[in-house]
Design a binder for this molecule. Structure first.
Ligand code: GLA
Length: 723
């Protein structure tokens, strides 16, 4: 009794109530304070804490900051959740009730249940660690334990408080043909919001990922940095809130605008996963954590090398025919490719798909173009030693289509409004009949042509008309659309686990970890101009590994920018991602085909390094010093591949000497240039250097040597082998 009293006295004397919950990964620690009867709070997130340092945090003066703040009972602050109860009460008072831990094979899951003090309403906050990838993810399960509906007005996946010390943020903006451009800025006081309300292509205009450089300007190699990615295929909102306080917060969740959610009695609502990672090694350290995590957990077939493909789109656009497809198969097979993908244009009966304004929905082969059907193409591909892939856009319908004539109520459109007259409409995936239809599009194709190896799944429109003929509650449309999409994709993956599926949405509109688990990669952009790709793929590389980034060689002049870059440069750019070609091969000269064949052979030799290695970004295309460079190293550092591009050229320009990274300083590496086009070899060719030298000093790459015809567009790909 005496002892109990003294404990109680101690607790009362204590300035903070403590119930420290620690989540560790190999190199990082998250510390939460989950005191029963108090709101859940975060005490620390950063480098690994050891030997009781988590407890010692209290003595360091650190504050515990609420990390799922609710609306209505405190002074103004950025909240993570707000609701309206059936009686009109808009306040929420969530207090920790219980904590549960369980392990899973990759780490631990912490579940903290908080309950409202009056209403039958609770929230479970989940924190899941991915130990070796140094990543943690959080999400919530919001539960209406009552009988009457509760209106969810805001329902973030999570909120990350961070101590401010000149914080900078890196985020991504874009538009069609200019996907995923990096934006770096100092975080200033106030609230910065990044929001996507496209409905379908949620990485077209901005990305749901962000880096927070905690101590000053973003740096590739140094400085405490947090990366965060909201894994969701639909509309989202990211908020950085920096009040006049020591702590700022980062919030991420489904965009509540247009999506208030009516949570029925006994219904559970699970928010999408918000993954985050901390590294002391700057942006690069966080990127490598995310790449390892993505490759292990968030991509279909994470350990399978991606095939080298030729896609027909920029070669023939919709002018698909059997002869042309065969010619392309022949050419790519000769060059050493492994897969041929027939893009848009192959389908339609009553309405041929000759323009982008008709036929979506009518997924039957156009016999005028392909008299022997897809079966013959699959067979032909086999004869050329290739796999066969096909393009579909199954979430969409055109007004001019047999599908629309039969099921006008399957398209999203607002009641009592004139149709928008867009070139295509989005199907209503909240409707189970539409889900069945989309599943059948894939299932029929696969049953009729079991040899299909690859599907390019496109989605080229936003939800332009906010209206579902199926749903009663229109405010649920965006959420139900993505639930429907997940249902369809789950069914497809259950039946066709080996199928390769590419996510495309007007280019890079579906680069998101919320959708990628069903897909093998995403198409980075409809713009294949190699200079613009340097910037776009640089941006994508912050969170996505090269294996996920579709990267092709297209014709010159580029169809979008008009730029004429040499083939070597176009190839060397494309080789830094998931490599392929997208070009009218029959127009290529023998020399060009031979260069592509050499590059394909080289890619086969370095593919495992590019697709599974660790990325080190070396020289940014954005810093204007004339050179862009990055490299990949195998995890054991025995091999590496170094990419160097010089996109512009000025006479007598002094170029930076790029220092390598990620090598073993103690080891020696032999250098060999891949598919060299200069007559004269680089001085370093065949020579060996220590990893330390390459990282501290680097190699001088001549900008426009005597043998280098082009002043601009220099590029080199060097292979490094540990001796
Ligand atoms: C989108 C894709 C392209 C191509 C076309 C076909 O724009 O991004 O790669 O498939 O559709 O219409």
């Amino acid at each position: 009794m005496k002892r109990l009293l003294s404990i109680a006295a101690l607790l009362l004397a204590c300035p903070f109530l403590r119930a420290v919950e620690v989540i560790n990964t190999d190199n990082t620690t998250l510390v939460l304070n989950a005191v029963k009867g108090k709101p859940i709070a975060q005490l620390y997130y950063g480098s690994l804490l050891i030997n009781g340092e988590a407890e010692a945090l209290w003595n360091s003066g650190s504050s515990a900051i609420e990390c799922y703040p609710a609306h209505g009972l405190k002074e103004d602050r950025e909240e993570a959740i707000s609701v309206i109860f059936p009686d009109g009460n808009v306040t929420l008072d969530l207090r920790v009730e219980s904590v549960r831990r369980q392990s899973w094979e990759g780490g631990e899951i912490l579940e903290i249940t908080s309950r409202d003090t009056y209403y039958p309403f609770s929230v479970i906050s989940y924190y899941k660690s991915y130990r070796t990838e140094n990543t943690i993810s959080t999400w919530t399960e919001i539960i209406n334990d009552g009988k009457k509906s509760v209106e969810l007005c805001r329902f973030d996946s999570g909120c990350l408080p961070f101590r401010v010390n000149d914080p900078w943020i890196s985020t991504f903006y874009g538009k069609w043909a200019n996907d995923c451009r990096l934006n770096e800025e100092a975080l200033v006081h106030g609230t910065k919001v990044i929001r996507n309300r496209d409905g379908v292509r949620n990485s077209q205009t901005s990305h749901s990922e962000a880096m927070i450089s905690l101590d000053g300007r973003p740096n590739e190699n140094f400085g405490p940095t947090i990366g965060a990615a909201l894994c969701y295929s639909g509309n989202y909102e990211l908020r950085f809130n920096y009040p006049c306080e020591e702590y700022a917060t980062f919030h991420a969740g489904i965009c509540p605008e247009d999506s208030h959610y009516t949570l029925s009695g006994n219904e559970h609502f699970t928010t999408p996963e918000l993954a985050f990672s901390f590294s002391k090694e700057g942006l690069g350290g966080v990127s490598r954590n995310f790449h390892r995590w993505g490759r292990k957990y968030k991509l279909a077939h994470p350990s399978v090398e991606r095939k080298i493909l030729l896609n027909s789109w920029e070669g023939v656009f919709r002018n698909v025919n059997e002869e042309g497809m065969e010619q392309m198969m022949n050419d790519i097979a000769q060059m050493g490719g492994e897969l041929f993908v027939m893009d848009d244009g192959w389908f339609g009966d009553k309405y041929p798909r000759d323009t982008d304004r008709s036929t979506l929905g009518d997924w039957m082969v156009d016999r005028r173009k392909l008299p022997h059907g897809i079966g013959r193409l699959v067979e032909m591909a086999g004869e050329y030693g290739l796999k066969f892939g096909i393009w579909i856009e199954p979430e969409m319908v055109c007004e001019k289509s047999e599908l629309y004539e039969k099921h006008p109520d399957w398209a999203l459109k607002a009641a009592n409004r004139e149709p928008s007259g867009s070139r295509q409409m989005t199907l209503d995936l909240s409707n189970p009949k539409v889900q069945d239809f989309i599943f059948d599009v894939v299932d029929d194709l696969m049953r009729e042509n079991p040899g299909i190896d690859y599907i390019k799944w496109d989605a080229n429109a936003a939800i332009e008309e906010h209206g579902s003929p199926y749903l009663k509650n229109q405010s649920h449309l965006y959420i139900e659309y993505h639930r429907g999409l997940a249902n369809v994709l789950n069914r497809i993956r259950a039946k066709y686990p080996d199928l390769t599926i590419q996510a495309c949405a007007s280019g890079g509109g579906r680069a998101n970890y919320g959708i990628l688990p069903w897909f093998d990669d995403f198409w980075c952009s409809d713009n294949i101009d190699p200079i613009q790709r340097l910037s776009m793929q640089w941006g994508e590389s912050y969170f996505y590994p090269a294996i996920a980034i579709g990267s092709h060689v297209a014709a010159a002049p580029n169809r979008i920018t008009g730029r004429v870059a040499p083939l070597k440069f176009r190839i060397d750019m494309a080789l830094s991602g998931r490599f392929g070609l997208e070009i009218l091969t029959k127009k290529m000269t023998d020399d060009e085909k031979a260069l592509c064949a050499r590059a394909i052979e080289d890619y086969k030799a370095i593919r495992h390094i590019v697709q599974f290695g660790d990325l080190y970004r070396l020289n940014s295309p954005e810093d204007g010093d004339g050179v862009s460079s990055l490299m990949y190293c195998t995890e054991d550092k025995s091999e590496a591949v170094f990419f160097w591009w010089k996109p512009v050229g000025f006479r007598q320009e002094i170029l930076p000497r790029v220092k390598m990274n990620g090598l073993d300083p103690q080891a020696n590496y032999r250098i060999s240039e891949l598919h060299r086009t200069d007559a004269k070899a680089l001085k370093c060719e065949g020579k060996s250097f220590s990893g330390r030298f390459l990282m501290d000093n680097g190699l001088d790459i001549p900008s426009a040597g005597k043998n280098d015809a082009d002043l601009a567009y220099g590029s080199r790909v060097l292979y490094l082998e540990r001796l």
